[in-house]
Design a protein around this ligand. Sequence first.
Ligand code: SF4
Ligand code: SF4
Length: 549
Amino acid sequence: MTEHSNQLSNFHGGLKLSGHKTMSITSPISQAKIPAKVIIPLHQHIGDSGELLVKTGDKVLKGQPLTQPTSYVSAPVHASTSGTITEITEHKIPHPSGLSAACVVIETDGKDEWIELTPVKNYQQLDATDLRNIIRHAGIVGLGGAAFPTAVKLNPGPTHTIETVIFNGAECEPYITCDDMLMRERADEIISGIQISLHVLNSDNGIIAIESNKPEAIGALKQAIKKNNTTNIKVISIPALYPTGGEKQLIKVITGKEVPSNGLPADIGAVVQNVGTMAAIHQAIHFGKPLISRIVTITGKGVKKPQNLDTLIGTPMSELISQCGGYKENADHLVMGGPMMGFTLTTDQLPIIKGCNCLLVESSDDQQTQRRVMPCIRCGECARVCPATLLPQQLYWYASSKNFDKVQDYHLFDCIECGCCAYVCPSQIPLVQYYRFAKTEIWNLERDRQKSDHARIRHDFRQTRLEKEKQEREERLRKKKEMLAKKKQENPETADKDPKQAAIEAALARVKEKKEQAGINPKNVENLTEAQQKLIEEADSRRQQSKVE
Ligand code: SF4
Ligand code: SF4
């Protein structure tokens, strides 16, 4: 990897937003209580669900795997504390659609008893594949919110040369402070995880990018670097501009390069990892601990004591709210994530998942600024702020008219759903909702197309098989006819007879011939009594009768 200069670039658009961050950083990270039960969704990441390893009634220990990965892009989930599995059932999960999904419900025993842990003594002696395997089986996924399996991201493949490894501490969305607090309080763990990641990626240097409005975090990481005599990791302060923490935007700021449309960071030699994920890697390698907890910011004008809680995965959200003093009277609705990219939840009876960085309780005061939607006035403000250099107005137009070909021509899938366009729209159009709708519809259509492609392939295959069977039958019939014709030629007398009947007649003739040759006559028929003679005659008569019939 080449040493990076401190020359920073800008990305297109973006917004300067009020942070609202101070309310949740007035106290250190607290440990969330162990709840009476944890609800652990089997699928909490991008990729395939794992295969279930447990059943109802099992006693489990903290860190025990509940699933194992079934494909390359998959991550297991683990028991986040010890207890007994009371149910494996469909339960509501935090998702914009309000979906339910398979979850393991554990009644906790309060002992918080770990499985036997196997830390790695010297990770530098392990090769990248072994380390990726440990990270994979520890269930580590990107903790910035995307929840993409980290082991996959740490394997850019032989066709990519990674020159820039960026560790994302930007945390640009208002209200969210979990990464900021983690960097302040657990800087050593982050540096340790970064060293492991650099070893896996075979890279010499890493860059930690942090927005300039987090001086304490910048100071803590610099101090940790100094304390550990680290020379290959650099902390860079970047301008506080939303959404600078977006993967593509951060790469542009640090390297000046654009990730191509529909491309990946690795295509331009870059990898971006969240700082929280680095702390999780440190725990997995140095302590053998899988990902069973994360820091969650509980904040907003509608909650009494905003703060950051180190939370067991599967803890019901209601328990965290209650640990933060409960809802204020003006609490209006609950959002998972921040105000720009998060989504509203219909209940707080949902479990914390790996990708949940923030619970935002918005108040009725926030609601007063709610939108009254007007027609688009073609002001172009949305395009001015779009960090993905898209044309949001056109995207809106084609998404709302369900012109899904055209909306893709305008690069819908490059939209990062940052919400900048909707934020500045004077007509208050909920633009991102239209983009999410269009994306979902296109995915559904694509799934249907794949299904009908499969059905067509199956139909074609069946037709081919039936045609082949028909040809084989016809060929057998042709051969039989040929054989019969040949026989007729050889023996015209028997050729027309039914072959079975001919065989019976031939057998009877053979028996008759043998009898005649041997001169066989009935035996023991001399000196019969009258009664015996009568029985023989009756039998003869029956035989004759049966022949007649
Ligand atoms: S900002 Fe709103 S009103 Fe202006 S062009 Fe974009 S969609 Fe239309
Ligand atoms: S939500 Fe999409 S279209 Fe709107 S500004 Fe962000 S990236 Fe651009």
